[in-house]
Each structure stands twice: as structure tokens, then as C-alpha cells.
Design a protein around this ligand. Structure first.
Ligand SMILES: N[C@@H](CCC(=O)N[C@@H](CS)C(=O)NCC(=O)O)C(=O)O
Length: 210
């Protein structure tokens, strides 16, 4: 069995995406902490693994792989026999489309602005910038509503089987659901609300959130 080392901060949404896949596939791995809050991700040592200083990075038997989409695709093929990706071409394209929407349009307003301003800044003694949060609301709503229009969400985003798209959206909802804005962001997305009620009960979700 390959030796897997996952570098990252356990609270990171992208690290959680990879961990959800690893846990769901029952694969053994070591999580090596790289702290993005104290700048460890910008150290020369970490930049030699990932020149962008982003987490996660996966090491497979000494070989380094970064970018969550590449990591999840590799793990899904090698350790899960494609289980977390639909075989029907349009559904597979929908999975990639949802992932791209999360990367390009949801992560920034939802995590970098709303979650950071509402949860992280106050936890460090700072004051939420309400104007920033207000500006992020419409783009976050637009992205969540786009995902709603593509999703089956019964019980998983693409239907009866859990996929990499779920592993991307779950970590975002773990945090968004703790913000005051969650109600407004999901008011037009009833399917995603019931999806969230189901998936947040999964053992793998409880494990990566701990
Ligand atoms: N495109 C990267 C994005 C990863 C990413 O943005 N990770 C965040 C944590 S969730 C990070 O490394 N933040 C630290 C920073 O930007 O300095 C991927 O898909 O892996």
C-alpha cells in the first residue's frame, strides 16, 4: 500500500475535501500540520513542496501532488476504483461543473470573506467588517443557487452516490451554516438545505470536522 502524507491545516476546507475522500475510501494516511495562520505555508520548506504556498499537498511514496482537483482525481482512481465520480458523461461533467463553481465563484465570497469576517476575525478579538460581508452576500447566493439548479441532492448532490462534488461543498457548508448569512444564502435553495441536513450526519463529516 502506498504511503500517503497529507500536508495542511485541519480546519482548511480544501484539506477537508481530500480527507473526506480518504476517510470515505477507508485509506490510511498521515496528516502533517502546516499552519496557514502562522505563515508556515510560506516557509522555504513548504514552498519547495507547493510553490503557491497553498494547502493541501499530498505526498505519495515521496512524490508530491498539489491542487485539490488533481489530488482527489488521483485518489479516486487509485484508491476508490472511480467510486466517487459518476460514469455517465453528463453527470461527470456536472460534478466538474459544481467543483469549478465552488473554486471560481463560491470559495472567495463564502470562505475568504463571510466565514473569515464572521467566525475567524471575532475569534481573534477583531471586529467583523459588515460592509465586506454585505458585498459578498450576492455572489455567494448566486453560486449556491447555481449549484442548486444543477444538483439532484437526493440524498447526494448528483443522486444516490456520494461524489467528489459533495466532498467540495460539505466543508464550505460546515462553516457557512455557522454564520448569520446562512439563512439568506440558502433561502432559495431548498434542495441544498435538505442535502445538508442529510450529509452533515455522515461519520466522515463528523471525523474531519473534529
Ligand atoms: N487551488 C488550490 C486552493 C487551495 C487553497 O486556497 N487553500 C487555502 C486553505 S483552504 C490556503 O492554502 N490558504 C492559505 C493562503 O492562501 O495563504 C487547491 O485547489 O488546492
Amino acid at each position: 500500500m502506498a504511503k500517503l502524507i497529507l500536508y495542511g491545516t485541519p480546519v482548511s476546507t480544501y484539506v477537508r475535501t481530500v480527507r473526506l475522500l480518504l476517510e470515505s475510501a477507508g485509506v490510511d494516511y498521515t496528516l502533517k500540520k502546516i499552519d496557514i495562520f502562522n505563515g508556515e505555508n510560506q516557509s522555504a520548506e513548504y514552498l519547495s513542496k507547493n510553490p503557491f504556498g497553498k494547502i493541501p499537498t499530498l505526498e505519495v511514496d515521496g512524490e508530491l501532488l498539489y491542487e485539490t482537483a488533481a489530488i482527489t482525481e488521483y485518489l479516486n482512481i487509485v484508491f476508490a476504483a472511480h467510486k466517487f465520480s459518476p460514469s455517465e458523461p453528463m453527470l461527470q461533467a456536472r460534478m466538474r461543473q459544481i467543483i469549478a463553481i465552488i473554486d471560481s465563484y463560491l470559495y472567495a465570497p463564502a470562505i475568504r470573506t463571510i466565514v473569515i469576517e464572521r467566525l475567524i476575525v471575532p475569534s481573534q478579538g477583531g471586529k467583523t467588517d459588515s460592509d465586506l460581508v454585505k458585498k459578498a452576500l450576492t455572489p455567494a447566493q448566486r453560486a449556491v443557487e447555481a449549484i442548486e439548479s444543477l444538483a439532484v441532492a437526493s440524498p447526494y448532490l448528483l443522486g444516490s452516490e456520494v461524489s467528489i462534488a459533495d466532498f467540495y461543498l460539505i466543508p464550505i457548508f460546515i462553516y457557512l451554516s455557522q454564520t448569520l448569512e446562512f439563512e439568506a444564502i440558502t433561502v432559495q435553495t431548498p434542495k441544498l438545505r435538505s442535502w445538508w441536513d442529510e450529509v452533515n450526519q455522515l461519520e466522515s463529516v463528523k471525523k474531519v470536522s473534529a
